[in-house]
Design a protein around this ligand. Structure first.
Ligand code: GLN
Length: 258
C-alpha cells in the first residue's frame, strides 16, 4: 500500500505537489533520500506543500495522482527484488514520462528505466523498458569517485559522486545530462553522464544530486507547478531563492584543488 513518508506541513501554502517516491523503501543508496529533502526545501521556498508517497512492491501507481516522481539507486540485490514487480508500474509510469511530467532517477533507478541490465555473470535483471538505454555490468570494476559535467543546452555545470558497476549506453532519443569534465560518467568511455528524455532526468550522481545541483531541483519543482497550475503562474526566480545553495557547488572544485 502506498504511504506518505514525509510532507512539508506549511502553514498557508499557495500550491501543493504530490511526489511518487518509487520503491523508496528498497532503493535509497548513498544518501539518495537527500533528494527528497531537497525537493521539499525548494517547495518551501515556493510556498508549495510537498507530499511524498512511497510507491513500492505491488502498489498500483497511477500517473494522474502525481505531478513529480523520484527513483533512487539500489544494489543489484534490491534491483533483483523489484524486477518481478515492475509490471504493476510500467504502463502508468510510461504515460507519466511520455506526458512530459518531471522525474528524476538515480543510478539503479536510472538503470531500471531502461531496456536491460545485464549482471557480470550474464544474468539479466528485468527492467521497465520504458526508455531505450541498456546497461551491462563487467563485474569487479566499479566506477567510483567525484564527477563534474557540463550541460550545454542549459549552460549549467553539475557536481556529483558516482559509485556504480553498470555501464550504461544511451538510445538515440536520449540526450546526456552533461558532458564529462572529470569522472567516469555513463560508461567510462562515451564522455557522457546521465540522460534527459522529455522532462525525465537520469544520473549516476549520488551525493545526493539535488542538494549539490539546486538548479535541477528548481527545474523539477517549477516544471511540475506550471503543469499543474498553468504556465502563467508567477514564481520567484532561482537566483532570488536559491543563490546561496548554488554558491555551495564551487566547494567541490575548491576542495579538489586544495
Ligand atoms: N547496482 C547498480 C550498479 O552497481 C546500481 C548501483 C547504485 O544504484 N548505486 O551499477
Amino acid at each position: 500500500m502506498t504511504y506518505t513518508s514525509i510532507q512539508s506541513h506549511l502553514e498557508n501554502p499557495t500550491y501543493e505537489l504530490r511526489v511518487a517516491h518509487l520503491y523508496g523503501d528498497l532503493m535509497n543508496t548513498y544518501g539518495d533520500n537527500g533528494n527528497i529533502l531537497m525537493l521539499r526545501y525548494v517547495g518551501s521556498k515556493l510556498n508549495c506543500e510537498m507530499i511524498f508517497d512511497i510507491v513500492s512492491l505491488d502498489d498500483h501507481f497511477k500517473a494522474d495522482d502525481y505531478q513529480l516522481a523520484f527513483w533512487g539507486g539500489g544494489q543489484d540485490y534490491e534491483q533483483g527484488i523489484i524486477a518481478d514487480h515492475l509490471s504493476e508500474l510500467t504502463d502508468e509510469l510510461r504515460s507519466f514520462i511520455e506526458a512530459g511530467k518531471p522525474m528524476l532517477a538515480i543510478c539503479g533507478g536510472y538503470q531500471m528505466l531502461g531496456k536491460s541490465y545485464t549482471l557480470a555473470d550474464g544474468r539479466p535483471i528485468k527492467c521497465t523498458g520504458i526508455l531505450g538505454h541498456v546497461t551491462e555490468n563487467p563485474g569487479n570494476d566499479r566506477i567510483i569517485g567525484d564527477v563534474k559535467i557540463y550541460n550545454e543546452d542549459f549552460d549549467e555545470t553539475y557536481y556529483g559522486f558516482e559509485n556504480h558497476g553498470g555501464r550504461t549506453y544511451l538510445a538515440a532519443d536520449e540526450k546526456p545530462l552533461g558532458k564529462v569534465i572529470y569522472g567516469g560518467g555513463n560508461n567510462g568511455q562515451s564522455g557522457e553522464e546521465g540522460f534527459i528524455y522529455k522532462n525525465t532526468f537520469g544520473s549516476y550522481f549520488h551525493g545526493p544530486l539535488l542538494s549539490r545541483n539546486a538548479r535541477i531541483a528548481y527545474r523539477l519543482v517549477t516544471t511540475a507547478l506550471k503543469q499543474k497550475y498553468g504556465e502563467a503562474i508567477e514564481l520567484p526566480a532561482f537566483e532570488d531563492i536559491l543563490a546561496l545553495e548554488e554558491a555551495g557547488q564551487t566547494i567541490s572544485d575548491a576542495k579538489r584543488k586544495a
